[in-house]
Design a protein around this ligand. Structure first.
Ligand SMILES: NC(=O)C1=CN([C@@H]2O[C@H](COP(=O)(O)OP(=O)(O)OC[C@H]3O[C@@H](n4cnc5c(N)ncnc54)[C@H](O)[C@@H]3O)[C@@H](O)[C@H]2O)C=CC1
Ligand SMILES: O=C(CO)COP(=O)(O)O
Length: 338
């Protein structure tokens, strides 16, 4: 199969490597032509995935993306591997394609304007307005790029309302060490992937402040409850949150030290400013950019998300960690099912 992977960060590169090891032909597009040249020369991605040698079958591309770009020639599946901030721009270029398209980004797009009514969108909502005819989906689930690139066992979820997109993702990426499950609930899968990043900032803070393992388990569990409430309000199925992109990705990201979102929380706990924490990562931490929208969409839907609210207040400097903990612990007693 021939694939185009648009975006040569850690995750796009890891999946390109994984697919090429499965004897697929992969065009890996980097927006930075110097980065593409460096990868071509070294057969490794030194900036975003050092130490992982490219197998045969990966060709490097760059230059402004357009519908007739060489990277897309003959592709049977197009994978957008940019952060959420780049998704719309990519989809606009892909609006006329008849090839299945899937993105890897986990988050809400930032609101397009600063107007109060402007609200951030999930990937499938961005696609609905920017490339409505494209048959699209998302590949998500608990997966640190480094482990997938190492060939360590991983399970992903391919979510789309189109069977053809789910099947293309399975054909491209399912392999002996990478299981790809199908799911038609793209809303639930996208909400899971976006909200777990915000919750991982919370558990990173919790662990950085040495609040204890009980506190972390409480954040994960009550975080799952608020993720599910938002998902149901946006039209997701409840069972999706017990799956790979819900509980699975939440556990991985909230507890795994390879997580960039968790790292942001840990660095904030050490006293770094948000700007310092983000700058020290060298990679995107989508929870930082999605947190405000998670809370905004919850408010619009009448959904209570106290942990996400606390993360926003911390990120925006409106509260300090000790105050946030006191506010969460001081909430009225209530039934666990609410
Ligand atoms: N790294 C991981 O383990 C995983 C990442 N993801 C998701 O995949 C997406 C990409 O993450 P990574 O590859 O890890 O990020 P990264 O930070 O390693 O690399 C980001 C890449 O996107 C490019 N980029 C940044 N802004 C762009 C824009 N506006 N337009 C086009 N290209 C742009 C950068 O040049 C870079 O090549 C994120 O939404 C992330 O949440 C999902 C699963 C696993
Ligand atoms: O999505 C991920 C794991 O599934 C990666 O998480 P981070 O972006 O926090 O590193």
């Amino acid at each position: 199969m021939k694939l185009a992977v648009l975006g040569a960060g850690a995750w796009g590169t890891a999946l390109a490597v994984s697919a090429a090891k499965g004897s697929h032909e992969v065009s890996l597009w980097a927006r930075d032509s110097r980065q593409a040249a460096q990868m071509q020369a070294q057969q490794v991605n030194p900036r975003y995935l050092p130490g992982v040698a490219f197998p045969e079958g990966i060709s490097l591309e760059s230059g402004p993306l357009s519908p007739d770009h060489a990277a897309l020639k003959g592709a049977e599946l197009i994978v957008v591997a940019t952060p959420m901030a780049g998704l719309r721009e990519m989809l606009v270029q892909l609006a006329g394609t008849s090839v299945p398209v899937a993105w890897l980004c986990k988050g809400f797009e930032a609101p397009l304007t600063s107007a109060e009514a402007s609200i951030g969108l999930l990937g499938h909502e961005v696609c609905r307005v920017s490339a409505p005819k494209v048959r699209a989906g998302i590949l998500s689930g608990p997966s640190f790029a480094q482990e997938v690139a190492n060939g360590q066992p991983t399970a992903l979820v391919a979510a789309s309302e189109h069977a053809e997109v789910r099947e293309a993702l399975v054909a491209a990426f399912h392999s002996p060490m990478l299981r790809v499950y199908g799911n038609d609930d793209i809303v639930g899968v996208e909400v899971g992937g976006a909200v777990k990043n915000v919750l991982a900032i919370a558990t990173g803070l919790c662990d950085g402040l040495n609040l204890g393992l009980n506190a972390r388990a409480a954040l994960v569990t009550r975080g799952l409850a608020e993720m599910s409430r938002l998902g149901l309000a946006l039209g997701a199925k409840a069972e999706t949150f017990m799956g790979l992109s819900g509980l699975g990705d939440l556990v991985l990201t909230a507890t795994g030290d390879l997580s960039r979102n968790r790292k942001v929380g840990q660095l904030l706990a050490q006293g770094l400013s948000l700007e310092q924490a983000v700058a020290s990562l060298g990679h995107v931490a989508e929870g930082v950019y999605s947190a405000r929208t998670v809370v905004q969409r919850a408010r619009v839907s009448g959904v209570d998300m106290p942990i996400s609210e606390a993360v926003v207040a911390l990120l925006e400097g409106q509260t300090q960690p000790a105050q946030a903990v006191a506010a969460l612990m001081g909430r009225d007693a209530k039934s666990e099912s609410h």
